[in-house]
Ligand binder design. Sequence first.
Ligand code: BG6
Length: 485
Amino acid sequence: KKVEDQILIIFGASGDLTKRKLIPALFELYKQNLLPNKFAVLGASRSALSDDEFRSRADEFIPNDEKREEFKKLLFYQSVQNNEADDFIPLKERLDEISGALEIEQNYVFYLSTPPSLYPVIPKMLCQNGLSKSENNFRRLIVEKPFGTDLKSAKELNKQLLNYFEEEQIYRIDHYLGKETVQNMLVTRFSNGIFEPLWNRRYIERVEITSAESLGVEGRGGYYESSGALRDMLQNHLLQVAGFVAMEPPVVVEADAIRNETLKVFQSLRPIKENEVSRYVIRGQYTASTIGGKKVAGYREEPGVDKLSRTETFVSLKFFIDNWRWAGVPFYIRTGKKLPTRVTEIVIHFRKVPHHLFGNASSDSNNQLIIRIQPDEGILLKFGMKTPGAGFKVQTVNMDFHYSDLADKKVPAAYERLLLDCMQGDATLYSRGDAVEAAWEFVQPIINAWETNPEIPIYGYPAGSWGPEESAKLIVNGDWRYPCK
Ligand code: BG6
């Protein structure tokens, strides 16, 4: 698809995300010739930097190859304050100047990668300066996470943004949807005749989604203290993944068709009432331990963290989707920091055969389809095979596909895909306002219960373990899969 000429304006250009993710993703797109013919990036933030200073900062984050100097010519910088509408006049003038000098159409994508308190402020100023709408050109707004900190603030933010931009112009990022393997969930389900007929309550016993990180909060203690695993990972990324696992086939592969189906999943989530939270949700916090002979600090010892913090660094959850397809099938989600390994995967546990020909239930194979989102992207199917030799002994074997075997194809980073999609005006992999609110609606009673009921425990778990033992008890007839046990 042709990408129209445009300028990408990044607010928060001196921040971490710009350096670690956005500039490297743009550089990749540049190297693959995927950027528009005429294109520029205007970094904006409060710091006073020249274009050259902004360009040389990029050096630290993109590899030094022959294309780098060429790419850096596309980068510009404008310092902006954001106290009153007039503060945006220099930005507007700079955009006029760049689009004039480089003959770029005044199509603008504004990327909010600032502290969240500015999410409603910047769109307002863009609107007051006539930058949010144009007769002949497109204007789009990308909003980074977190989208609100609870249901009320998310609703409020949606309302404020809609004062200045239309829903069709707003692109709410959830970088998990940018991951190739998450999108492959749809292809696995809807392009294979063999899986979809089984993809329901009759053949699936339970679904498990795990997103484990071996890192801790890595200097982000200040942010994480007010967030925690539920808000940081589950409300957004992992519910979106569950949406792809559980959705009905969309009528077409288009933004609204797909997003309508995700919304329906969220609307079918059985609410967890505040007084049921301790039955369905386990929270934990990592404590000091020794990993591979090295002492590791506990969460409460991390910089920026309260010594008595009750912020969860681990959460696991059991829930149901009350609809025709999934009635009675438990879904489990688990995520945490300082777990034994870094892995994100979806495990589909199929029901056992109805009659046990080769012994009892435990001698049958446990059929599992494991979709590895990262880091070893791929798909693994476990099925039973006869152990060679006398008798009929069943053993479980693996059919395993690794993306790394596709030697000629590089798996693009999530931000490459998402940036390009927005530049092309495709919002399929961005969250819609109503779905974000529906996800918050599901999570809100958990937040309320944790905040108001001090009797709900927050279990300690030693850094480097798989989280609190209580988490295993959520699964009645079985256990979590432990990918590296
Ligand atoms: C971010 C969270 O949204 O996702 C981080 O704020 C988390 O705490 C990260 O580490 C995980 O993303 P990925 O792509 O590394 O799985």
